[in-house]
Design a protein around this ligand. Structure first.
Ligand code: B4P
Length: 195
């Protein structure tokens, strides 16, 4: 099994690149943002709770997202590897993920960290807000709150995995294809042949 975390601030291209990576490598895509949006669309209790946080640009509580990932891992015993997109977002989520993977006798192979300037992030998210219908994208204050939340809680995830030498920084500026090639080069170096 080879498991990847695609890491970066909101708007850095995680969702965009994940789509390409899962089809190139046959990994199972686990995006906590996508799962939460689908819970909101189905108006489940979890979705209604999550919405209160997401609409303000805040992170959803750790126990909620960790529970979602635990059940997604259980539902996919045959996966040859997972691509985690938007998870983990706190140090507590990172530790919980390591524990869940350990129970499956596997681990994170690499954390690919997309680097994008704050100006570009704001531009991309507000631009997506024009068409996405996502309430967290169409308001500059909420977009800024998401970026502040990233600095306050999520950047610690990269620090955590750096202790295990698992983090590789990748420029997230340029064309989608150029960034995809840089990501693939790092994955290929790490022997995806093993999966
Ligand atoms: P996510 O769904 O993870 O949203 P995101 O970080 O904003 O999206 P992403 O980074 O994938 O977007 P992309 O760059 O692809 O989270 C949403 C919310 O859910 C969070 O704020 C939080 O409340 C909650 N949540 C999710 N996971 C959680 C967790 N683990 N714990 C707690 N809360 C959690 O796309 C951005 C735009 O850039 C797109 O329009 C795209 O077309 C464009 N773009 C991409 N690449 C580009 C490029 N190279 N050049 C120009 N534009 C580009």
């Amino acid at each position: 099994m080879f498991n990847i975390i695609l890491f970066g601030p909101p708007g850095s291209g995680k969702g965009t690149q994940s789509e390409k990576l899962i089809s190139a490598y046959g990994l199972k895509h686990l995006s906590t943002g996508d799962i939460l949006r689908s819970e909101i669309a189905s108006q489940t209790a979890l979705g209604l709770e999550a919405r209160n946080f997401m609409d303000k640009g805040e992170l959803v509580p750790d126990e909620v997202v960790i529970g979602m990932i635990r059940s997604a891992l259980e539902k996919n015993p045959q996966a040859k590897g997972f691509l985690f997109d938007g998870f983990p977002r706190t140090e507590a989520q990172s530790k919980a993920l390591d524990e869940l993977l350990k129970q499956k006798q596997t681990e994170i192979g690499v954390v690919l960290a997309l680097q994008v300037s704050e100006e570009e992030l704001i531009k991309r998210l507000l631009n997506r807000g024009l068409t996405s219908g996502r309430p967290d994208d169409d308001n500059a204050e909420v977009v800024k709150a998401r970026i502040a939340e990233y600095h306050k809680k999520t950047s610690a995830v990269a620090d955590y995995y750096r202790r295990f030498n698992k983090v590789v920084n990748i420029s997230g500026e340029g064309t989608v294809e150029e960034i995809f090639e840089s990501l693939c080069a790092e994955i290929d170096k790490r022997n995806m042949i093993n999966i």
